[in-house]
Ligand binder design. Structure first.
Ligand code: 13P
Length: 248
């Protein structure tokens, strides 16, 4: 059985003070969660978040990581730096990075390898745009993104990876994929991993859904067999909402 993992993606929200308040409210609300709980927070809040969640069931992640160890990469942050401040997870290849910051399948692959090499657990995002869905390209796109992200990785590496299927048209729009749509694509992604690494690896891999997931739709989105959790944007910014998703 795969343990579901509910991860918040705070994106570019919350100062250290705001993070302190939100985490303080969140801790008691999720302490009995059956799902694994992760919050991916801005770089500046990681250290405080790690301090505040030490000894609790909340794990902390970052929202990106450099592909190189160190050096002349202005504006980037290394895996070693993220580990030093207490990050355990890292989101890689979010559609906002792909759309606005030039992230490609190749850079997603390099960042994923670098995270794994340093013991950070990547949450690798894939997902189609509305035009791609309407053009019947969903499978082609998520296959290309999945194969691209894991090029050169061994099956054992996949044990530490989570995939987040986030249809771009459902992110921040209030439009959610139906549970059937989400499950169908996630099942397809699992079949892609299965052809790359075999069924046993694919069966163990956790694949989340992300895109306008909230307290009202979480339980129906979590019901289908292939959906192993959620990557939550807007609803992760309020302790009450995020806890309701966590405790779906
Ligand atoms: P929303 O939950 O705000 O739609 O964002 C989803 C997302 O992008 C999580 O990574």
């Amino acid at each position: 059985m795969r343990t579901p993992v509910i991860a918040g993606n705070w994106k570019m929200n919350n100062t250290i003070a705001a993070a302190e308040k939100l985490i303080g409210e969140l801790k008691p609300l999720v302490k009995d969660a059956k799902a694994e709980v992760v919050i991916c927070v801005p770089y500046t809040a990681i250290q405080k978040a790690a301090e505040l969640t030490r000894g609790t069931n909340i794990k902390v992640g970052a929202e990106n990581v450099a592909w190189a160890d160190k050096g002349a990469f202005t504006g980037e942050i290394s895996a070693e730096m993220l580990k030093e401040v207490g990050a355990e997870y890292v989101i890689i290849g979010h559609s906002e990075r792909r759309q606005m910051f030039g992230e490609t399948d190749e850079t997603v692959c390099m960042r994923t390898a670098q995270a794994l090499k340093n013991g950070l657990k990547p949450i690798v995002c894939v997902g189609e745009t509305l035009a791609e869905r309407e053009g019947n390209k969903t499978e082609e796109v998520v296959k290309r993104q999945t194969e691209g992200a894991f090029k050169g990785l061994a099956a054992a590496d996949l044990d530490n990876v989570i995939i987040a299927y986030e249809p771009v048209w459902a992110i921040g729009t209030g439009k959610t994929a139906t549970a059937e749509q989400a499950n169908e694509t996630i099942k397809y992604i699992r079949s892609v991993v299965s052809s790359l690494y075999g069924k046993a690896t694919a069966d163990k891999l956790r694949i989340q859904y992300g895109g306008s997931m909230n307290p009202a739709n979480a339980s129906s989105l979590m019901a289908p067999p292939d959906i192993d959790g959620g990557l939550i944007g807007g609803a992760s910014l309020k302790a009450e909402d995020f806890s309701k998703v966590v405790n779906y």
